[in-house]
Structures are given as structure tokens and as C-alpha cells.
Design a protein around this ligand. Structure first.
Ligand SMILES: NC(=O)C1=CN([C@@H]2O[C@H](COP(=O)(O)OP(=O)(O)OC[C@H]3O[C@@H](n4cnc5c(N)ncnc54)[C@H](OP(=O)(O)O)[C@@H]3O)[C@@H](O)[C@H]2O)C=CC1
Ligand SMILES: C[C@H]1O[C@H](OP(=O)(O)OP(=O)(O)OC[C@H]2O[C@@H](n3cnc4c(=O)[nH]c(N)nc43)[C@H](O)[C@@H]2O)[C@@H](O)[C@@H](O)C1=O
Length: 353
């Protein structure tokens, strides 16, 4: 990418899109195109076509998607497959038609079989059954990889796919039901701490901050929400058994990996030597994982939460382990910088502002 190239970051206000935008701006890229969901609904084929015909971007980072934690994936199954297929089909096809030089599609490591070998190499794609809770989302993401590969093979485009591990950082989703585990634990422990210390005004302010509609957010509302999510003066409630293993990457490291891949890697680099071209996507992660129980302890120490942790086994565990094999990424010249404890500290700072 040249500093003046026209770069479209789809999903520029989200966790990953905002980090990519910030990192690009820091590096001096000055022609970044942004559209909110309200300004451009990427599930709308005609609107997406119009946008690409008018703007004709040189490069596209595809970080717009319907995203959520394990319960959101398992509950909104139709939304997760339909919306993600629509967004990626529209953006990839219109990028091809508009002559986009390079596109980066963001998938997820849930594309791999539930019982994939660990760490999971790119070649374990489509070798076994998927984890049930996120099967619709994973199938959409697998379709995205195959769409990019197929357009490259048939039309000579240069569209790449990256499969990030679990991500966290500024502009994360802190919804107590729909979020991923790391932001959920930070918010639950912070709320538990406020409740334990009798800081009722701060509790109400927290719920007001995340309120999206006209609901009156007062102490009664806050207490009802706390009860609904199993947060009391003595304990907070976390999900599943706590035994699953997960790997976490700071969103600005993820952004740096995306920019590195966009600048340094071409489809020819990841497809060369393959008789049948498949599995050209690239894993993005740290190569290090922790148990969910261990993650809870790390967050508890950093927040200074003194209550106990209850594990609700009516909630799903999901995949037992999904550690990325980052050999290919390291060979392509990129490695993460932020380790988990440092990242959690930064995350808590951005949370309490
Ligand atoms: N978070 C994670 O742990 C992981 C994320 N990923 C992948 O990374 C990518 C980014 O995820 P993340 O940043 O977490 O997601 P977020 O939910 O934080 O952001 C999603 C973005 O997509 C935009 N968006 C959603 N639907 C539409 C639509 N119909 N039209 C236009 N824009 C839309 C939203 O726009 P607006 O802000 O205007 O509403 C938002 O900016 C996704 O592909 C996801 O699958 C992969 C692995 C892990
Ligand atoms: C990024 C990734 O994200 C999802 O997969 P996931 O990693 O299973 O998701 P998660 O972050 O929500 O949970 C990780 C683990 O943590 C446990 N857990 C404990 N307590 C809470 C809790 O309070 N909230 C949440 N969300 N989880 C909790 C939870 O039970 C599970 O064992 C998919 O969308 C998938 O498609 C995907 O790509």
C-alpha cells in the first residue's frame, strides 16, 4: 500500500476495524474510507455495489461482520450465517468488479474441527466436525476463505484471508450476554467489586454507559441486571466448567498483523507449490493459551476483585482447546508483542477510563 492509496476499512468502529484504522493512521496512511453500518448496510447488494462503483478503493480490509461470544453464536444462529455470508459475498464480489488491488478477509479460528490437532495448522481445515455452538458462523467464515481462493484462481485477484484467534481490546463488546469471555469477565468482576463496595452511583453509571435505548437506568434497573447475570455482593457467575483452553490476542497486535499481511504477502506466496490450491489462509495468534479458570484468576488479580467465582455449567464450554499453529505467520515475518497480563491491564484501563 502507498501512503496515499485509497483504503476501505469495512467495520471501522468495531474492535478490529478501529484498531486497523488507528494503526494505519499512525503509519501515515491518509486516504482511509469509512462508512458506519447505518450509512452503508453491507448486506444490501445494491448499496454495496453503488459504494464500490463510486469509491473504487485500492485496498479493502473486511472487518465488518456479525460477531459475538459463545451464547450469541448459539442463539442467533440464523443471523450469524445469513448476515456474514451476505456481507462477505457483497464485499468480495464488488471488490473484484471494482478492480480492488488487494483485499484482506477476516475469518476466525472456529473454522477448524472441534477436535483438530493442537496447535491447529492451516491444513486442518475441513478435516472433521465443527463445534456445534458456532457452526453457522464457522461455515460462513469457511465460505469466505473459499470465495477469496476461488476469485483468485478464476479471476486473478489478490484476495487473502487471515484466521485470528480470540481478540480483545478497545471498542470491545461488553454486553453481559453477547460478548466474548475476556470483556465479559472484566465487566462482571468490576460490577461485582462496585456492588461489594456499595458504590451504587458508579453501578448505575456503568449500566447507563452501555444502555442503547430509552430504558430508564436507575439503581433498581442495575440491581435487576446484576441478579439476572448472577452478580451478587459475594460472588459473580461465570460460564461453563472453566476447563476450556483459549488463546488471546490484543486487537492492535491483530491490526499490525493485518497490515503486515496486506503489505508483504501475495496470493502467489501462499499458493505456490500447491497442486490443488486450498488452505491458503493464514492463522493469526500468539501460539500460547490459558484455561478459562486461569484467565479468570489473572483478571481477578488485576481488578482486585475479592468475591468468589461460581461456574454455571448450564452454559456451554464450546471447543475444548483451539490453539493456533502460527508457524506460517512467523515465517511471513510477524510476531505478536503484547502478552496476556499486559493486555488485560491495558484493557481494564480502557474500561474504567
Ligand atoms: N472479536 C473476536 O474475538 C474475533 C473477531 N474475529 C473477526 O474479526 C472481524 C471483526 O470483528 P470485531 O471487530 O470483533 O467485531 P465488532 O462487532 O466489534 O465490529 C463489527 C463491525 O462490523 C460492522 N457491521 C456489522 N454488520 C454490518 C453491516 N451489515 N453493514 C456494515 N457494517 C456492519 C459494525 O458497524 P457499526 O460499528 O457501524 O455498527 C462494526 O463496526 C470479524 O470478521 C470477526 O469475525 C475473528 C476472531 C475473533
Ligand atoms: C472468537 C470465538 O468466540 C466464540 O467462541 P468461544 O471462544 O467459545 O467464545 P467465548 O469467548 O464467548 O467463550 C470462551 C469460553 O469462556 C467461557 N466463559 C466463562 N464465562 C464467560 C462469560 O461470562 N462470557 C462468555 N462469553 N464466556 C464465558 C465460555 O463458556 C467458553 O468456554 C465463538 O463466537 C467463535 O465463533 C469464535 O470465533
Amino acid at each position: 500500500m502507498e501512503l496515499e492509496s485509497k483504503i476501505y476499512v469495512a467495520g471501522h468502529r468495531g474492535l478490529v476495524g478501529s484498531a486497523i484504522t488507528t494503526e494505519l493512521e499512525k503509519l501515515g496512511y491518509s486516504n482511509i474510507i469509512k462508512r458506519t453500518h447505518a450509512e452503508l448496510d453491507l448486506t444490501d447488494q445494491a448499496a454495496t455495489r453503488c459504494f464500490f462503483e463510486e469509491e473504487k478503493p485500492d485496498y479493502v480490509f473486511l472487518a465488518a461482520a456479525s460477531v459475538g461470544g459463545i451464547v450469541a453464536n448459539n442463539t442467533y444462529r440464523a443471523d450469524f450465517i445469513y448476515k456474514n455470508l451476505m456481507i462477505q459475498n457483497n464485499v468480495i464480489h464488488e471488490s473484484y468488479k471494482a478492480g480492488v488491488k488487494k483485499l484482506l478477509f477476516l475469518g476466525s479460528t472456529c473454522i477448524y474441527p472441534k477436535m483438530a490437532p493442537q496447535p491447529m495448522p492451516e491444513d486442518s481445515l475441513l478435516t472433521g466436525e465443527l463445534e456445534y455452538t458456532n457452526e453457522p458462523y464457522a461455515i460462513a467464515k469457511i465460505a469466505g476463505i473459499k470465495t477469496c481462493e476461488s476469485y483468485n484462481l478464476q479471476y486473478g485477484t489478490n484476495f487473502l484471508s487471515v484466521m485470528p484467534t480470540n481478540l480483545y481490546g478497545p471498542n470491545d463488546n461488553f454486553d453481559l450476554e453477547k460478548s466474548h469471555v475476556l470483556p465479559a469477565m472484566i465487566r462482571k468482576m468490576h460490577l461485582g467489586k462496585l456492588l461489594m463496595e456499595g458504590r451504587h452511583d458508579d453501578l448505575v453509571a456503568d449500566f447507563q454507559r452501555f444502555s442503547k435505548d430509552d430504558t430508564v437506568v436507575d439503581l433498581a434497573f442495575a440491581k435487576a441486571e446484576l441478579q439476572k447475570h448472577g452478580i451478587t455482593e459475594n460472588h459473580i457467575t461465570l460460564w461453563g466448567s472453566g476447563t476450556p483452553m483459549r488463546e488471546f490476542l490484543w486487537s492492535h497486535d491483530m491490526a499490525s498483523a493485518c497490515i503486515h499481511v496486506m503489505n508483504e504477502v501475495n496470493f502467489v506466496d501462499v499458493s505456490k507449490g500447491k497442486k490443488e490450491v486450498r488452505n491458503t489462509h493464514i492463522n493469526i495468534g500468539t501460539g500460547v493459551d490459558v484455561s478459562i479458570k486461569n484467565l479468570a484468576e489473572i483478571i481477578q488479580n488485576i481488578i482486585g476483585y475479592k468475591g468468589s467465582l461460581i461456574w454455571d455449567d448450564s452454559k456451554p464450554d464450546g471447543t475444548p482447546k483451539k490453539l493456533t499453529d502460527v508457524t506460517k505467520l512467523h515465517e511471513l515475518g510477524w510476531k505478536h508483542e503484547v502478552e496476556l497480563e499486559e493486555g488485560v491491564r491495558m484493557m481494564y484501563k480502557t474500561y474504567i477510563r
